[in-house]
Design a protein around this ligand. Structure first.
Ligand SMILES: Nc1ncnc2c1ncn2[C@@H]1O[C@H](COP(=O)(O)OP(=O)(O)OP(=O)(O)O)[C@@H](O)[C@H]1O
Ligand SMILES: [Mg+2]
Length: 269
């Protein structure tokens, strides 16, 4: 029996997945902090407790994400691009393009039939196509991140949001609210403007089906719908699995490869 773990320290959220023989036994999500070493240890310990597993029984641990070097107890650190590819492929084996929209950056990832990384494109310079953009808009509209999709799916034509920058887009939203424009119209405009950025990044890489979306923002069905409209392609869904955990899941699967000596082809870093 091989017990392995993946710990994904993202810019915004920290995630841990524990696998027993490649089957999920525990998965934990918590906020990232200014002390990533401690956060990593805490979420890992929570995952061990949730699965009823002792630390000494874990065969291999892979750290990933922005803060992967801070996962001191990991045997290896692997880029989250590789890990999201593997996690998404485990959940949807037909996937060839993974769109990961996290808190701070957006990545389009191209994988082969085994889920191994072929190529990627990344936006890490601008908040506009990321979760940070949604968080700012959620604050100015006083609508929780979770409720944004409800407004998106209500009746009304989308407003045009012209600002390319999330800071200016926020002022634009405040002006629209003060002009009495209904929230569903503003929400549609916002999610479509996020989708324009995400889909143009994906098109830069070359859109190869099947496509799935990972990262916390993929929980928002409005964002999924808006990206599908812009790409004019239907994406596959995870059938109940949490897209935010895809990177930690991929890290735990790669840890299983290392534990079993079948890691050939996995990027080493
Ligand atoms: N239901 C939801 N709808 C939309 N966005 C959400 C939802 N739940 C969480 N998010 C957003 O997901 C983001 C966090 O996702 P994730 O954990 O993938 O990011 P991360 O890995 O920390 O960031 P990065 O990969 O950029 O370093 C946050 O910006 C959060 O606001
Ligand atoms: Mg991430």
């Amino acid at each position: 029996m091989a017990i392995t773990a993946g710990v994904d320290i993202g810019s915004t959220a920290s995630k841990a997945v524990l696998l027993i023989d490649r089957e999920p036994a525990a998965q934990i999500i918590g906020p990232s902090s200014t002390n990533p070493k401690r956060t990593a240890r805490e979420i890992y310990e929570k995952a061990l407790a949730a699965a009823g597993v002792k630390a000494g029984d874990v065969a291999y641990i892979v750290g990933t994400g922005y803060g992967r070097t801070q996962v001191e107890f990991a045997v290896k650190n692997i880029s989250e691009i590789t890990c999201h590819g593997r996690g998404a492929h485990f959940l949807v084996p037909s996937v060839r393009t993974v769109i990961d929209v996290g808190g701070q950056d957006t990545k389009a990832i191209c994988v082969d039939s085994k889920g191994n990384l072929l190529d990627f494109a990344m936006n890490d310079k601008c908040a506009a196509g990321t979760g940070r953009f949604l968080e700012a808009m959620s604050r100015s509209m006083e609508v929780s991140i979770e409720d944004m999709e409800t407004y998106y799916f209500e009746e009304g034509d989308p407003c045009t949001i012209t600002s390319m920058c999330s800071v200016f887009a926020e002022s634009e939203v405040i002006n629209l609210i003060n002009d009495g424009v209904p929230l569903p119209r503003i929400m549609k405009g916002l999610l479509l403007s996020l989708a324009v950025r995400v889909s143009s990044l994906t098109q830069r890489l070359g859109v190869v089906e099947d496509i799935v979306m990972t990262g916390g923002v993929a929980k928002n069905r409005g964002v999924l719908d808006a990206i599908e409209k812009k790409l004019k392609i239907a994406m596959k869904r995870f059938n109940g699995a949490d897209p935010q955990l895809a990177g930690a899941l991929g890290a735990a699967l790669i840890a299983a490869d290392f534990a079993e000596g079948t890691e050939l082809g996995v990027e080493r870093s």
